[in-house]
Design a protein around this ligand. Structure first.
Ligand SMILES: *Cc1c(COP(=O)(O)O)cnc(C)c1O
Length: 407
């Protein structure tokens, strides 16, 4: 008898059976190839600059081309990009900013950095995108900004919110950390400011890195000033004038992106279309398998929905469990999948569940649809270097685990 027969391949790994994979598949990771390496080596051999210099400008021009925005500022990470966006529009004590309850915590933390108050809007439980009616119902005289999040790479429903924001003098900021590269609608075109992250799991990477894009020259100038201590002139102006004099009239930070990282960004940016195509193929395969009646998974899980006409970057592939047809909760399924060697994740815990927010007095129950969705969601591995075999393993493990816990 083979080892597999003896242990029984169908026994769940979490109960002592053989796992689908010996080595755990990650849920996301970077794609670095020879071109990226050559580009960075070439930069280090030839550039006079390591930090802010001409290579950053070149990367920023590419970010403008990819996102469709007029101006781009490369910054040290996506969280810094959000902080700078909040500073640029002048968020301070007494201001309210509406933030969807399901996102990475940085989407809300950036408001607290500026002394503002976070007001959580519910999300649509089927798409995890901001619930437009909930967001509108949270607007008060103190609302200064609404942040939308392109969850999983899918542009949020922005039209109605932007119209309302324009009529009331409220800023619309898009946390586009997941949607860099989306062309329909063009990712840098549906908010006053859009922020990106170039963390390794995101659509392109500079290790740590991010950007703020906008069509507004005043907002752009503020971001560029505040990312470098609040200094009024930039390095090239001072260099040109041969002057040591500088002025700071408003406190800024050191949130610069280095030229060294920008060189990697330039090389990565060449492949953004290709990265999104592969992500799309992976998502299509999941969609097809999950809805295949013969396979039998469609009674147990469903993919997220998307607004009509919105392309997705498929930054994350999230499934919703149909808990009514299962005998256990999400955490049990999650642990069983991890035991099978499938590195899943949960995106995200409602932000106000985090103790920093609980201590500020946010009560559970304020965004019921976000809370219900949170009980059901699991993120499956989805990244360009994932192979067909990897994806087959994910589906195999899903079937194994879900059929075991099927009612
Ligand atoms: C990754 C991420 C950020 C923060 O980006 P960092 O570069 O990691 O600081 C912000 N918002 C969302 C939705 C993210 O996924």
């Amino acid at each position: 008898m083979s080892e597999e027969d003896r242990l029984g391949i169908d026994e769940l790994a979490i109960k002592g059976g053989l796992p689908v994979r010996k080595e755990r598949l990650q849920y996301g990771r970077q794609t670095i190839d020879r071109d990226d390496i050559n580009q960075v080596v070439n930069f280090l051999e030839n550039s006079n600059y390591l930090t802010t210099g001409p290579t950053l400008k070149e990367f920023e021009e590419l970010i403008c081309k990819t996102s469709g925005a007029k101006y781009a500022s490369g910054v040290s990470n996506g969280t810094a990009a959000l902080h700078l966006a909040m500073m640029a529009i002048g968020i301070s004590q007494g201001d309210e900013v509406i933030v969807p309850a399901i996102s990475f915590s940085a989407t809300a933390n950036c408001v607290l950095y500026c002394g503002g108050s976070v007001v959580f809007a519910d999300v649509d439980d089927k798409s995890l995108l901001i619930d437009v009616d909930s967001a509108i119902s949270k607007i008060t005289e103190r609302t200064k900004c609404i942040i939308i999040v392109d969850m999983c790479g899918t542009p949020a429903p922005y039209q109605k919110l932007w119209e309302i924001c324009e009529s009331k003098g409220i800023y619309l900021v898009n946390d586009g950390a997941h949607s860099y590269g989306v062309q329909t609608p063009l990712v840098g075109s549906y908010a006053d400011m859009t922020t990106f992250s170039f963390h390794p799991v995101k659509n392109i990477t500079t290790a740590e890195g991010g950007a703020v894009v906008t069509n507004d020259d005043d907002l752009d100038a503020r971001v560029k000033k505040l990312r470098s201590h609040g200094i009024e002139t930039d390095y090239s102006e001072r260099e040109e004038k041969g002057s040591h004099v500088y002025q700071i009239s408003e406190l800024g930070y050191n949130y610069r992106l280095t030229d060294f990282q920008a060189s990697l960004g330039i090389s990565q940016n060449k492949k953004i279309k290709y990265f999104l195509e592969i992500r799309n193929q992976i998502a299509q395969i999941y969609d097809t398998l999950l809805s295949d009646k013969k396979l039998g998974l469609s009674d147990l899980v469903e993919p997220l929905t998307k607004p009509e006409g919105h392309q997705s970057a498929h930054h994350l592939y999230v499934i919703r469990l149909k808990l009514e047809n299962l005998t256990c909760d999400r955490n049990t399924i999650f642990k069983a999948l991890v035991a099978e060697g499938i590195g899943c994740n949960v995106h995200y815990i409602p932000i106000y569940y985090l103790s920093v927010y609980q201590k500020l007095g946010y009560k559970k129950g304020i965004c019921p649809k976000a809370e219900d969705a949170y009980q059901r969601i699991i993120t499956l591995p989805c990244f360009p270097l994932m192979t067909d075999e990897d994806q087959k393993d994910v589906v195999k493990a899903l079937k194994k685990v879900l059929f075991y816990y099927k009612k």
